[in-house]
Design a binder for this molecule. Structure first.
Ligand code: ADE
Ligand code: ZN
Length: 346
């Protein structure tokens, strides 16, 4: 890794904001702000059991992953039309561009919508159009990753894959999310094998709340290229060695981990431990509308709490490009922009 100049603590937030970066772990339904929920509900005739934006925000006090997921799936019930999916993704991409995110890989949960009678076409067309417009108008590249809900069956995942294949050109890969404990990666081994045959990229949430064993099976049975979260890997020295040796990226989400009580406070987060062990860790926002911050908030709050340096900042931004599914020429161009930012930062 390139050595960079030290930067005083009071100047670090500016550097963190200014550096170009990629976001690789954002559930687009988790970017649905209360204000947009309250705009979409009357537009679509959907009733929500909260009196106001403030009332809804007050409900965002989570104790673990499941307590969040219950509210997150309820929030997504206001999404019905293609334009709704467009508006949600557009709002996220505008915020991301302001944070100097130059490339984003967006997770979406089609089963949350198809179960309510919304068609796969509606979901994918709305999201994809927002990605295409963002590239043209904001200069940010964005692609889609279809996530299977792991609390549902593998058969349901296969059916979802079938429904999505007519739009194969509009998503680059598949992921695995929702309730982790009790739903190990091996439950989805066959559908991930099929996705591999289809040439799709593969990622999975593992080691968020679940044990290191789930990270092992995501790697060995699902043959994933990245691990989403993966912070529990810190408890297994052999796994840490494997992740470092194979350069398997972890898409870490510090504010998510804080809000879902994975760590008691940000100062106790193990991001530094992961970086010091040579892992390709990245910083991401997960569900920014629910966890109190988009990309730059994740960076600035985590650096303030844990005392990470300009060298860590460079490593994390560079890792985000190394871990992304962009082509090699684009990766080199973006790393060039990153280097220039660090070279000229005063
Ligand atoms: N879906 C949205 N956010 C998630 C998270 N942090 N873990 C698992 N599934 C999710
Ligand atoms: Zn996630």
């Amino acid at each position: 890794m390139r050595k960079v100049k030290p930067v005083a603590a009071d100047r670090l937030p500016e550097l963190l904001r200014r550096m170009p970066k990629a976001e690789l772990h954002i559930h687009i339904e988790g970017s649905l702000e209360p204000e947009l929920i309250f705009a979409l509900a009357p537009r679509n005739g959907v009733k929500i059991p909260y009196a106001s934006v403030e009332d809804l925000r007050r409900a965002y006090a989570f104790t673990n992953l499941q307590s969040f997921l219950d509210i997150y799936y309820a929030g997504a019930s206001v999404l019905l039309k293609e334009q709704d999916f467009y508006d949600m993704a557009r709002a996220y991409l505008l915020k991301a561009a302001q944070d100097n995110v130059v490339h984003a890989e967006l997770f979406f949960d089609p089963q949350t919508h198809t179960a309510r009678g919304v068609s796969m076409e509606t979901v994918i067309h709305g999201l994809h159009r927002a990605c295409a417009d963002a590239q043209a108008e904001l200069g940010i590249s964005a692609s889609l990753i279809l996530c299977f809900l792991r609390h549902l069956s593998e058969e349901d995942a296969f059916e979802t894959l079938e429904q999505a294949l007519p739009y194969r050109d509009k998503f680059i890969g598949v992921g695995l999310d929702s309730s982790e404990v009790g739903n190990p990666p091996e439950k989805f081994a066959r559908v991930f094998a099929r996705c591999r045959e289809l040439g799709l990229h593969r990622v999975a949430h593992a080691g968020e709340e679940g044990p290191p064993a789930y990270v092992w099976t995501a790697l060995d049975l699902l043959k994933v290229e990245r691990i989403d979260h993966g912070v529990q890997s810190g408890r297994d020295a052999a796994l840490m060695q494997r992740l470092a040796a194979d350069r398997i990226p972890l898409t870490v989400c510090p504010l998510s981990n804080l809000k879902l009580c994975v760590f008691p406070d940000l100062a106790s987060h193990n991001l530094r431990q992961l970086l010091d062990a040579g892992l390709v860790a990245t910083v991401n926002s997960d569900d920014p509308a629910y966890f109190g911050g988009y990309m730059n908030e994740n960076f600035t709050q985590t650096f303030a709490a844990t005392g990470l340096s300009s060298q860590h900042a460079y490593t994390l931004a560079r890792n985000s490009f190394a871990a992304s599914f962009i082509d090699a020429a684009t990766r080199q161009r973006l790393i060039g922009r990153l280097d220039e930012t660090f070279d000229t930062f005063q």
